[in-house]
Design a protein around this ligand. Structure first.
Ligand SMILES: Nc1ncnc2c1ncn2[C@@H]1O[C@H](COP(=O)(O)OP(=O)(O)OP(=O)(O)O)[C@@H](O)[C@H]1O
Length: 709
């Protein structure tokens, strides 16, 4: 009756064994390496200081229920034996019209059902709770690591290195956890089954027990060697190709309008079709191998069906043993065979888990690497007086293909502002990326205050209400109502509002070392100079390598920084409705409110600041830039950075916004192609295109511009 439930199990310890036969697969696995990789992911939960109590509680409950579970199986086998001796098995009693025997068998059956039904339901429930709790924590942990230190951004810089991190976080975690729970639970029960039934089988037919061991070991070896490595490689490819296909479709959704303008439907459809074809081809390859595997598994299983009866029938006919002994021996034989042949019968699941383990381990390793910082990084330190100082900065693109600036030194004091101009592609945005801490390849030092706010070239419109557009990236009361990581039980909240993309360093404040904590990046202290000066020349070497910890194991010391809020970034976003309405008027967007109230199609909530819409698609680029500017005025940072933040606006609106900026922000740096914007800055930094940068006072620059120099 419980055969199905007993057999729904899956992967890891076995994946380790399988992996031994999988050298050359994506995991390059041998027994030790796969074991270590699976455990390096699994242990994060059981060793997390805030979670291990929950983890062990569920694990103990699940394992504890295995004892009555196995006891019940033993009882069933005993009852079968006794009843067959009494000739009181239900069907034989019926056929022989033995009323008493029939009702005795029915009574046994009812008792078994009464005990088994709640026991099996309870074990399933506890196993599911274990899986859900583990998945909740692991996904939450991955999300935090993903967002710590701008790792999501850094991973995107080198997409070849790690494909589809989002799918790994969502689907691979789910499948990994479910399979792992089923495996660990089933291995435990199989082990107990083995122990319990080996005694039974040995007492009835020791020869059968010895044969079984050799049979299972041989079968496992053939399965692992013949199918293991190939199936794991194919499973890994299927996961990757499915993720690639979905990514292509997500990109179409994100860029629907541009594709439609280009009439790129055909090309995008072909691309999706090609990815689908590759996915299907890989799946077919896997299906073929699974068919061979199934053939082998069936032959393996059916070959032993009659074995106990065949080996014991001679003794039965000689009257040495009873009929019940044969059925009890067969029951014990097949129970032990199921345990010892686990790899043979579950190879597909095991391969799946091995591939998922590989993908998760790679993601965690990449996140840890991001947290530790890239080698040869530009050193960042906080500025205490609100000034910005760039010292001997040589900056390259992330993988070092191109040097965008060499030996740059400049300082900007509070009250000063800088306009960066230069030809397209010369490295203006890259300089801003370095100041934001997004790029750190190269050498030199950047000192900047913690309170900075960046307006990127392409405004980001988050999902949510108009209020959230204006106060982004702050959280606000409504966010909690929608549910955040902080609402999940078991860990502290992590929904700290982020004010800017500054240093990228979170302060780890966890007292106890957390296996999953990312190492915090180091920052020092220092001060800037009063006048903006710029020098270009040979860079003095000298950068400071950022903090440390090694590998995933050490990385398991990784969640504190990811979870710790950076107090300097916490935004007080509790702006009143009146303030937000005034902001909209300031950035020349008062029309947004009545438009929402009109309830245009697509609004989920109609009217006011809490109206929700697909803002990125509904607003024009100029409107998005104005919303973005409103964020800046709302946050009032110490230093503001604007990267062509008004490029889509008419000059009248642009001048109006810069007038507000001058009034509200004491220090700002802009990038623009409209050189007349120099009038709103105190200094101008011009990239000449040959790697040198020249700074001048804005007045001089404008005069030179006016005279046509
Ligand atoms: N992720 C990246 N990897 C490699 N190279 C990059 C990357 N991002 C930008 N680059 C290169 O770095 C150089 C500088 O780019 P950057 O965006 O800083 O130029 P820019 O001066 O801001 O240009 P524009 O005025 O057109 O915005 C360009 O040649 C660009 O191709």
């Amino acid at each position: 009756m419980r055969k199905v439930a007993m057999d729904i199990e899956a992967p890891p310890l076995q994946s380790v064994l399988i992996a031994a036969a999988q050298k050359g697969g994506p995991a390059h696995a041998d027994l030790r390496h796969v074991t270590r990789r699976w455990w390096s992911v699994a242990r994060l939960w059981w060793r997390c200081p805030t979670e291990r109590r929950t983890a062990w509680k569920y694990t103990a409950a699940s394992m504890g229920l295995s004892l009555p579970y196995v006891a019940l199986l033993l009882w069933i086998s005993y009852v079968q034996n006794v009843r067959s001796v009494e000739r009181a098995a239900m069907h034989s009693s019926l056929s022989e019209k033995q009323q008493a025997g029939f009702f005795a068998a029915v009574r046994d059956f009812v008792v078994i059902i009464v005990v088994a039904a709640p026991l099996f339901a309870l074990t399933d429930y506890v196993d599911s709770c274990l899986a859900v709790a583990w998945r909740r924590w692991l996904t939450q942990h991955m999300i935090r690591c993903y967002f710590a230190h701008h790792s999501y951004y850094a991973l995107k810089l080198d997409p070849q290195a790690l494909d589809n991190p989002d799918q790994r976080i969502c689907e691979d975690v789910r499948n990994y956890v479910n399979a792992s729970v089923m495996l660990t639970v089933s291995v435990m029960r199989k082990l107990l089954n083995c122990l319990a039934f080996t005694g039974v089988l040995w007492s009835l037919a020791p020869g059968l027990a010895v044969f079984l061991v050799f049979y299972a070991v041989g079968g496992t070896w053939i399965t692992a060697a013949g199918f293991g490595r190939r199936l794991m490689r194919l499973t890994y490819s299927v996961l990757q190709r499915e993720a690639d296909l979905r990514f292509a479709l997500v990109r179409v959704r994100e860029n629907a309008e541009s594709i439609a303008f280009y009439s790129g439907d055909q090309r995008e459809s072909e691309l999706a079709g090609a990815r689908l074809a590759r996915t299907i081809a890989t799946i077919f390859g896997k299906v073929r191998w699974e068919a061979f595997l199934s053939l082998w598994q069936n032959a393996y299983a059916y070959a032993t069906i009659l074995l106990p009866s065949l080996l014991l029938c001679r003794r039965y006919f000689a009257g040495e043993i009873r009929y019940g002994d044969i059925s009890q021996a067969a029951f014990a034989f097949h129970t032990i065979e199921g345990a010892l042949s686990y790899i043979v019968t579950h190879l597909s699941d095991i391969s799946q888990l091995a591939a998922q383990t590989d993908r998760l381990e790679a993601l965690l390793a990449a996140l840890v690497q991001q947290a530790e910082g890239l080698p040869g990084g530009v050193h960042r330190r906080p500025s205490v007086d609100g000034s910005i100082a760039v010292q001997d900065l040589t900056l390259t693109t992330p993988r070092g293909e191109q040097t965008v600036c060499r030996g740059l030194t400049l300082a900007l004091a509070p009250g000063q502002s800088l306009l960066i101009v230069g030809p397209s592609g010369v490295g203006k945005t890259s300089l801003m990326r370095a100041m934001a801490g997004l790029w750190s390849a190269g050498s030199g030092t950047i000192a900047a205050p913690a309170d900075m706010f960046f307006l990127p070239q392409r405004p980001y419109m988050p999902l949510g209400s108009l209020r959230e557009q204006l106060t982004f990236p702050d959280s606000y009361a409504g966010t909690a109502a929608k549910g955040t990581l902080a609402d999940l039980p078991g860990e502290g909240g992590g929904s700290a509002a982020r004010r800017h993309s500054g240093s990228g360093g979170g302060d780890s404040d966890s007292g106890e070392e957390d296996e999953g904590a990312l190492p915090a990046r180091a920052v020092g202290s220092g001060s800037g100079r009063r006048l903006p000066v710029v020098r270009s020349g040979p860079a003095a070497a000298g950068y400071r390598r950022v903090a440390s910890g090694k590998g995933l194991a050490a990385s398991a010391a990784v969640a504190g920084a990811a979870e710790a809020p950076d107090s300097a970034r916490l935004g007080a976003s509790a702006a009143s409705d009146a303030e937000l309405r005034e902001l909209l008027a300031t950035v020349c967007l008062p029309s947004l409110l009545p438009r929402q109230a009109g309830g245009a199609q697509g609004f989920r909530v109609v009217g006011g600041l809490d109206a929700e819409a697909d803002w990125a698609h509904m607003l024009s680029l100029g409107e998005q830039q104005r919303v973005s500017f409103a964020r800046l005025l709302h946050h009032k940072p110490e230093v503001a950075f604007l990267d062509e933040a008004t490029s889509a606006l008419d000059t009248v609106t642009e001048r109006a916004l810069y007038t507000h900026l001058q009034r509200h922000c004491h220090c700002y740096i802009s990038i623009a192609h409209r050189k007349q914007l120099a009038a709103f800055h105190t200094h101008v930094l011009e990239a000449t295109g040959d790697g040198t940068w020249v700074v001048d006072e804005a007045g001089n620059y404008l005069r030179a511009l006016g005279s046509g120099d």
